[in-house]
Ligand binder design. Sequence first.
Ligand code: CO
Ligand code: CO
Ligand code: CO
Length: 346
Amino acid sequence: MECDVKLTKLAKCAGCGAKVGAGTLAKLLGDMKVLQDPNLIVGYDKSDDASVYKLTDDIALVQTVDFFPPICDDPFTFGQIAATNALSDVYAMGGEPKLALNIMAVPNDMPSETVHEILRGGYDKAFEAGTIITGGHSIFDDEPKYGLAVTGFVHPDKVLTNSGARPGDVLFLTKPIGIGILTTAAKVGMVSKESMDLALKLMTTLNKSARDAMVRYRVHACTDVTGFSLLGHGLEMAQGSDVEIHLDVSNIDLISESLELAKLGILPEGMYRNRAFAEDQVDAGDLETAKQDMLYDPQTAGGLLMAVDPADADALYADLKGVVPSAQRIGVAKEYRGGKRIFLSE
Ligand code: CO
Ligand code: CO
Ligand code: CO
């Protein structure tokens, strides 16, 4: 539908680019007093995507919340993207999302049809995910925002965190990289329709198929690649798992127009934050700067990064190939030798 409101003009920063940096968050949460509970399998101290609480020997609860300002002008698509992104954190833990609540902020002069379209986008993706939106909460705010608080379930023994990668594991990624650069350039009209359509398609593709394939194999660690970028989330995995990660950048699907834009210096602010956070742990070899910048590009509703047992790598790759936007075998985890955590080569 046509809409006179330019949604992205109301947003100060785009999508997951609006995320507070990982370093800042760790500092803010450092001294909080929290109850100790053995049933809390995954809590916020591990910098994981969602928290997991064991209810019985067979069922654990997965909880997560994500919301952000508009990343595109079409309200329905924005709702779809925000929901895809929020649901993703449950998939990244190996879980199945079941219930969700809307979280919404709207300017009080926003037309009700626009608000309705944003919500319709959210309901559309929740429906596709088999998740029921049961309510929510909205407030007035000059900058619109939308997202979901999602509850899912997972078997307590099958929880996937970002800290389980083992030396020898093969690393897979399921969506191309460069979404943040495209959405940033789109704000100043510098993106072709083809590339913007690709970005929108990627951001509205659920990580459900990736999750459904992954849980059939010995995947040891998983995270979704969002605001902290491939290298930011990769670093969290490397540190959390106490391994080092070696990436073959020639196997990473870098969106070609994003790379062109990166070469021109058209980069989101979040790229610089991500670089500042992770850079001293990354040995970039002689990889060109624009390609490095792509790997620090904040993704919105990005793909899953998985570490799988080498014996299952070929089978998982074959399964992923038909069902995810871009199945990429991007590297390996190795035993940590001290020093840097991530090594890039081409
Ligand atoms: Co996540
Ligand atoms: Co998240
Ligand atoms: Co309320």
